[in-house]
Write a protein of this length. Structure first.
Ligand SMILES: *Cc1c(COP(=O)(O)O)cnc(C)c1O
Length: 327
């Protein structure tokens, strides 16, 4: 049972969810990680996912796979970079539930991490179209839509239904606060690759009545991911919940959002010195294995923030990276 369905029973049928991992994901303090005053905690979303691949994309698929079925679709078409965590999770979990995945992939900087990911993608059974550029992807998607009539999902699975996953995670965190596992967090910190995670958290924290703010560290420059875009996605998610029968209170979306745009470096997937340092520090002090594209940049954002902004409680780092489950 999801917390969202308990709060809004009318969503049980209109917005179904399948279980793909074990919740709640664990929380633990990371003492000694920073020199700053913040008490940093980890919420380990990488631990989520029972199908050989984990992380935040699996959370989204819990809602997106049933939505595809609700629409009578047996194929999902989606887009991403050639190292896409999203495309791989979609293919593996979709396959387990009778859904084929078609991917149109654009180029991104290639390192060992991306090379390994491409191998996994090739073995996953996805139908892959290497479209290289954004313009060619758009053309290919139009053609593939006509040919296969799939359920189209944007990059990262970040449509309104995908964002619902992180509404649920925020409600889960609120229950962990209520159960005294952690004090009310001052901030949660996450990477922003396509926005669904940050937008869902914003909406969910507000619904839960927490005054926790979202420190959203932008790591992707190929999509519009500014305050307006993230707030817009949170609003679309709220509208979806209302359309499907939830009676939501009046919302002040965006009030709890802080967008950090200075950790991107020269672009999506391009390494930065700050992220390298954050990766090494997190490995040494907390035994974490952050990835260079998302979570190391988010951690760099947290480190820069700590000491610069006063906090009122713990700062929760959302580790969205799942691939370590394969190691
Ligand atoms: C996709 C991804 C993110 C970003 O989440 P969005 O909801 O797309 O913004 C963060 N971390 C990892 C490891 C990811 O794969």
């Amino acid at each position: 049972m999801t917390i969202l369905h308990e709060l809004f029973p009318r969503l049980r049928d209109s917005l179904p969810r399948i279980q793909l991992g074990t919740a709640p994901t664990p929380l633990r303090p990371l003492p000694g990680l920073t020199d700053g005053p913040a008490e940093v905690w980890l919420k380990d979303e990488g631990a989520f996912g029972d199908g050989g691949w984990g992380g935040n994309k699996v959370r989204k698929l819990e809602w997106l796979i049933p939505e595809a079925k609700r629409r009578g679709k047996s194929k999902i078409l989606t887009v991403g970079g050639i190292g896409t965590n999203w495309g791989l999770a979609c293919t593996l979990y979709g396959r387990d539930h009778g859904i084929e995945t078609i991917l149109a992939l654009v180029d991104q900087p290639v390192d060992d991490h991306v090379r390994e990911q491409m191998e996994r993608l090739k073995e996953s059974g996805a139908e892959i179209h290497f479209t290289h550029t954004k313009a060619r992807t758009v053309a290919e998607v139009i053609w593939l839509m006509a040919r296969h009539r799939p359920y189209f999902l944007p990059a990262g699975g970040s449509n309104a239904v995908g964002a619902v996953a992180y509404v649920e995670v925020a409600l889960e965190l609120a229950e962990q606060v209520r159960a005294s596992e952690i004090e009310e967090p001052s901030h949660v910190v996450c990477a922003v690759g396509s926005g669904g995670t940050a937008a869902g958290l914003m909406l969910g924290l507000e619904l839960a009545g927490l005054s926790t703010k979202v420190l959203a560290v932008v790591v992707n420059d190929s999509l519009r991911l500014d305050r307006k875009a993230l707030t817009g996605l949170a609003r679309k998610c709220a509208d979806l919940l209302r359309e499907r029968g939830a009676e939501l209170p009046v919302l002040n979306l965006g009030d709890n959002l802080i967008v950090v745009e200075d950790q991107l470096g020269t672009g999506y997937g391009h390494p930065t010195e700050a992220a390298k340092q954050a990766h090494d520090l997190a490995a040494e002090k907390a035994g974490l294995d952050l990835d260079p594209v998302y979570t190391a940049k988010a951690m760099a954002g947290l480190l820069a923030f700590d000491g610069e902004t006063p906090t009122t409680g713990p700062v929760v780092f959302i580790d969205t990276n799942g691939p370590r489950q394969l190691q």
